[in-house]
Design a protein around this ligand. Sequence first.
Ligand code: FES
Length: 89
Amino acid sequence: MANKVKVRICVGTSCFVMGAAQIQSLEFNAPADIAEQIEIVEERCMNLCKDVKTKYNNGPFVFVNDELVEEATYEKVVNKIREEIKKSC
Ligand code: FES
């Protein structure tokens, strides 16, 4: 696979307290089938939390390539990564 799936995790305060820390563990503890195919980037507040209720659901917010995962959990992000890998095959 030429391009890795880019996973941008918001680690701003609001996302962090809502569970982003668990998702950060992907960096060192990703499932074997995706570990070599992802690039993890941690970002400060993506400014999505200010529009919670009007535009977005709750955080944590994670982008998997260009797809936004709201109320992100480790499992949700792993599933989205697998979808993106399938798309590019
Ligand atoms: S803290 Fe994550 S979008 Fe603001």
